[in-house]
Design a protein around this ligand. Structure first.
Ligand code: APR
Length: 245
């Protein structure tokens, strides 16, 4: 049961948390995403130029997401919530692995690959529980459907809501993100000054901004360690055995 005084953990996740579920990160491969240049598959210009290629790319990614399963990092976060902690997740990922692990408060900053939307009216959205999007698939207003994801160069409508969530954190846990993409990278600036921030990423020692605690481990290893400590003491704290600044 959640109590009034539950500490509020805000978790910011990036591609790294899904890496151990078999979904590739973006910047692991010289800036190529699954062997494609970002500007060929993840921009409004690419969709205007070659919609078929963009739809095919996202159809392939969607199939990968459906086959993937949550890993120990996703599962540990969901377990913490079940244990009574207030947990809010803001993810840059377009997969649904947090939800399938059991997390209930998940904000998708960059959209959701399992949703299609009208290319003329963002409010017309359609869940893709099965199947994919083909050229010629249209919304009820007659416009081509596209994935409900935020492409490079597009506004990030959920950004304000994400800032509000981060501003209400007692502790911020950042997992598996190179913090390279704006405005997501700026989210940490909304954190309260007295909230500790912990980054879990194999590259944490290089990536962590000043004042951020770092855990240089894979998410599937580091997150269960932290969650274990928090559950053991029923509070959010910075366990020195796991962490160094
Ligand atoms: N556990 C934790 N972190 C990991 C793991 C792992 N097992 N494997 C890799 N990482 C880390 C990498 O060290 C890197 O810092 O995950 C991070 C992935 O960084 P990016 O590929 O840049 O992904 P992300 O930060 O999520 O990208 C942000 O960019 O392409 C866009 O919109 C897309 O949401 C995405 C955004």
């Amino acid at each position: 049961m959640e109590s009034i005084s539950s500490p509020h953990l805000v978790v910011l996740t990036g591609a790294g948390i899904s890496a151990e579920s078999g979904l590739k990160t973006f910047r692991a491969n010289e800036g190529l995403w699954e062997n494609h240049r970002i500007e060929d598959v993840a921009t409004p210009e690419a969709f205007a130029r070659n919609p078929e290629q963009v739809l095919r790319f996202y159809n392939e990614r969607r199939e990968q997401v459906r086959r993937a399963v949550p890993n120990p990092a996703h599962l540990a976060l969901a377990e913490l919530e079940r244990h009574g902690f207030r947990v809010s997740i803001v993810t840059q990922n377009i997969d649904d692995l947090h939800e399938r692990a059991g997390s209930r408060n998940v904000l998708h900053l960059h959209g959701d690959i399992l949703v299609a939307r009208s290319s003329s009216d963002p409010a017309l959205r359609y869940p893709l529980t099965h199947g994919d999007i083909q050229l010629g698939d249209r919304c009820e207003k007659g416009s081509q459907l596209r994935p409900d994801v935020v492409w490079f160069g597009e506004p990030v409508p959920a950004y304000g809501a994400a800032c509000d969530i981060v501003a209400a954190a007692d502790l911020v846990l950042v997992i598996g993100t190179s913090l390279a993409v704006m405005p997501a990278a700026a989210l940490l600036e909304s954190a309260p000054l007295d909230a500790d921030v912990i980054l879990v990423d194999p590259q944490a020692h290089d990536l962590a901004p000043p004042g951020v605690w770092s855990v240089a481990r894979a998410a599937g290893e580091g997150i269960p360690l932290l969650v274990h400590e928090w559950q053991r003491q029923s509070r959010l704290w910075v366990p020195e055995t796991v962490i160094r600044q």
